[in-house]
Unconditional design. Structure first.
Length: 320
């Protein structure tokens, strides 16, 4: 890791922000209560401006291009907030799973029932850009981040601690600006199964493991898999990370978009995995992070208020 870039004020490359570290060479990561894994589930809620080119498309226009208004693709997104989000709510309620709401700042005013539902369930609110566009295309990134902070603070009574960029996009300055606006953690850097510190021009910021593989937009819209692929991937990921966490804890993320929120996908995964997760001494948890104020630390224990699932006791041995 290069300290010179941070001190000089020049543009910091990813390798300036974080040094290479083999996960096998680190001290063991221990979670409270002896939990083997922490699992967090992130639901993205966005507002797409019908005057702009749509951030993603499910249907291409007959003549190509990016026409406006793009009614079919705007409606696809709007369906997610009218219907898809409430599929998530049913599943999360049924299995008592805490959620994390990654929300555009402008979406807070646009979708009050969604905000209320998340507040009623004590979900963690994290910033997701003020509007749904690449952070590289935001005219004033510092102002955009702060507007998102203020919108969430107004809705929840407290500023957000976490950030998930739209499409995981960042500029060269994003981690610096997030830390300067009071953020404790970011989830854009999908490079590890444990939390890591990222250097900024001030105090460091923590990166919490997110996912590109268990993300429904990437899986169905980009890679063209059928919906049931999500279940297969999620179970494979869980079993692999659980095995890897034998001596040092890991973090697993599940990401979902309201526009791809068929209830059966999530219900099937959660129902099938619940017994395994309970038996695995893993935590279903929200995004509340306990972050030590120690600049030199690279890895941190994660849960503050875990929902602990205890390992089943060993069966009693028969009397001789």
């Amino acid at each position: 890791m290069n300290d010179t870039a941070a001190k000089s004020g020049r543009r910091m490359l990813p390798t300036d922000r974080i040094a290479y570290s083999a996960i096998t060479d680190r001290p063991p990561l221990k979670l409270p209560g002896g939990a083997r894994m922490a699992i967090w589930v992130i639901v993205n809620v966005e507002e797409w401006d019908p005057k702009d080119t749509m951030p993603r498309t499910v249907l291409s226009p007959p003549a190509g291009g990016a026409p406006t208004p793009d009614i079919p693709n705007w409606c696809w997104h709007e369906y997610g907030n009218r219907v898809g989000f409430w599929h998530f709510i049913k599943v999360f309620d049924e299995f008592a799973i805490p959620g994390v709401l990654a929300i555009n700042g402008c979406a807070i005013e646009a979708y009050p029932p969604i905000v209320k539902a998340a507040l009623d369930r004590k979900w963690e609110f994290i910033g997701h850009g003020f509007t749904q566009r690449n952070m590289q295309k935001v005219p004033d990134e510092k102002a955009d981040i702060h507007m998102t902070t203020e919108a969430i603070k107004k809705a929840t009574g407290k500023p957000p601690r976490g950030w998930l960029g739209p499409g995981l996009t960042e500029t060269w300055e994003t981690p610096d600006l997030l830390k300067e606006d009071g953020y404790d953690y970011v989830a854009d850097w999908v490079l590890d199964d444990q939390p890591v510190w990222l250097k900024t021009r001030g105090k460091p910021i923590v990166n919490i493991p997110y996912t590109q593989e268990c993300n429904d937009v990437a899986m169905m819209l980009i890679q063209h898999h059928k919906a049931s692929e999500y279940y297969d991937r999620a179970m494979d990921q869980f079993e692999q990370i659980y095995a890897d966490a034998e001596d040092s804890a890991r973090v697993m993320a599940l990401g979902g978009e309201t526009l791809n929120g068929p209830r059966y996908i999530w219900w099937n995964f959660v129902a099938s995995s619940q017994a395994r997760i309970d038996a695995a001494k893993a935590d279903w948890r929200a995004g509340r992070m306990r972050l030590p104020d120690a600049d030199h630390l690279e890895f941190i224990p994660l849960p503050e208020e875990p929902v602990r699932a205890q390992t089943p006791p060993e069966p009693a041995k028969p009397e001789p």
